[in-house]
Design a protein around this ligand. Sequence first.
Ligand code: NAD
Length: 264
Amino acid sequence: MTGIMHGKRGLIMGVANNHSIAWGIAKALAAEGAEIAFTYQGEALGKRVKPLAAEVGSDFLLPCDVEDLASVDAAFAALEARWGKIDFLVHAIGFSDKNELKGLYADTTRDNFVRTMIISCFSFTEVTKRAAAIMNEGGSILTLTYNGSQRVIPNYNVMGVAKAALEASMRYLAADYGPNDIRVNAISAGPVRTLAGAGIADARAMYSWNQKNAPLRRTATIEDIGGSALYLLSRLSNGVTGEVHYVDGGFNITSVPPLEVLKN
Ligand code: NAD
């Protein structure tokens, strides 16, 4: 196979099903010749991920729950044992108790705050450290964030706080690993109908608001996000690190709604 990712190998963490953003990224990378290993969270999701991995020519699946550091270590040990070195890592993992993805941010509990931060933010630091240790020069690492990190978005609550910390971590990691010629970036995706997305209250209303108000008058698809991820994970973006790249139909640049919405 030819393509810009020919000869490149890497790990994608966060495919749950064929609606997952990580799946859009996997398809884009595989179409350009990448060899991909996948992690999955628990056996039930493993059954869904296995046929998807096969679709992109992969039989390399590793169980990994980022709340269990031993399973993270085991996944990276297995990756190194089979491949030695890798060229890219995708972290598309997020979780918070859906009972706290509605109502007031002020009602966030201490337990869910800590759990959300560990799964949705600190896991990125933990997997980046392990990936960088086995990454070739010129390697690239990517995480997924959302504009609720920068602005108040109803119901996003503690996830917004975790995404703000995730974006800051991404910048510190970019500084840490830049001297090793390893780049670290984030894509800030607009709302996508996924399992994780459905956990946020009023997700449908948010989705249609974005469709009506984004400059492109639509939300980003997982294929759109895959294309941008391909750029950030390939040599096309060799001079780019520490960036949050928006793939949201332009929604983040808007302030007041377009006139056709405003005047109705
Ligand atoms: P998804 O439900 O398809 O993927 C979320 C993934 O996180 C799943 O594969 C799940 O198994 C994994 N995960 C959760 N807890 C985990 C744990 N303890 N250990 C290992 N894996 C765990 O949903 P998605 O929307 O594709 O989410 C991927 C990323 O994109 C998340 O970081 C999410 O916050 C981010 N994002 C989503 C949207 C959206 O609107 N859907 C927008 C911007 C950013």
